[in-house]
Design a protein. Structure first.
Length: 74
């Protein structure tokens, strides 16, 4: 599927077809999470539970960096 960039006010955006929105169970006002990949980007519905879990994991990795490094070397 190809999507065309279009002007939205002073910005640039894409318009998602209704069929795609329905298939992804998205509607106007929903938030998408963008992940950069080696071969492009991934758009996924924003999941606040997953976002909180990732924030906890990042905090643990930051706080226990030395312990995790030693475990990885074992």
């Amino acid at each position: 599927m190809q999507l065309k960039l279009t002007t939205v006010g002073n910005s640039v955006g894409i318009v998602l077809p209704k069929k795609l929105l329905a298939r992804l169970r998205l509607e106007k006002g929903d938030v998408l999470h963008v992940t950069e990949l080696a071969d492009g980007i991934k758009l996924a519905p924003y999941d606040p539970v997953f976002a909180e879990q990732m924030a906890v994991a990042e905090r643990i990795m930051r706080e226990d960096r030395d312990v995790l490094r030693r475990l990885a070397d074992a």
